[in-house]
Write a protein that binds this ligand. Sequence first.
Ligand code: 13P
Ligand code: SF4
Length: 301
Amino acid sequence: MDNIIEKILELKEKKKALILAHNYQIAQIQDIADFVGDSLELSKTSKGATASLIVFCGVRFMAETAKILSKEKKVLLPAQAAGCPLAETINADDVLNLRKLHPNAWVVSYVNTSAEVKAASDVCCTSSNAINVVKNVPTKDVIFVPDKNLGHWVKKNVPEKNIILWNGGCYVHEQFTLDDLLQARKKFPEAEIIVHPECRKEILEKCDFVASTAGMLKRAKQSKAKIIIIGTEEGLLHKLKKENPDKQFFSLGISRTCLNMKKTTLNELLVSLEKEIYEINLEKEIIEKAGFALERMVQYV
Ligand code: 13P
Ligand code: SF4
């Protein structure tokens, strides 16, 4: 183990590579990464990076986003099979069909989408800026894809817009139930319940705080509660515990795992970095169009 970590660090130094990791990655990957964050933070970090080689420990749509925002850089995805089932619920043709049905609407796509879907959208958003992005689009009708739970949350917070939803959902977050929340309240009446907006509507309505993974980390630090229950993928517990040793953290109900987020191991990271394999390659036109929707997001928040 120490040997593999040493090799990765040595290669990283030699190649002047930047290792980025999402908050759901396994602890060993989080600990070796240069930066660990949510989708928005990772996008910004990849864009602002001086390194010409980025190794992205996360899922495909995140590595694609890094490539779109830094097209001159080489972006590697060590776990080449790490997709996101939520992103796969919609394709670019679906977006074009929605446009035909709602010609006056702008399309806002969550970053959990393929590069092609982003390219077919007017603007992108992440879980941390979705409400602000939708508030700022110039049309009253807004097509929001693909996550219906985040979409409902946006709808509730931006009542002045007519929001058309796609029926996509994250199988990890949709496993949390209202009963899990009610049981947690009974067991830990003094605890604060913080959840991700991909959770079901009834959970979003009854919890104490809704935020992206970075927002959850921020809230946990600021909260006066000594026990915090989290409704998101269990990988976030690593950083939560590390940053708040005086607090106790539990998953809402049974802890839930995103299998794709766990596909990156130290070994895969080493092989990808060493051989510079599993590079993200996208068509120039897709990069340009998707880049426009992503850059617009940054201007809107
Ligand atoms: P965040 O942007 O909040 O980290 O979420 C990404 C994700 O995939 C949630 O399931
Ligand atoms: Fe996709 Fe859900 Fe995994 Fe996030 S947790 S990457 S939305 S499957």
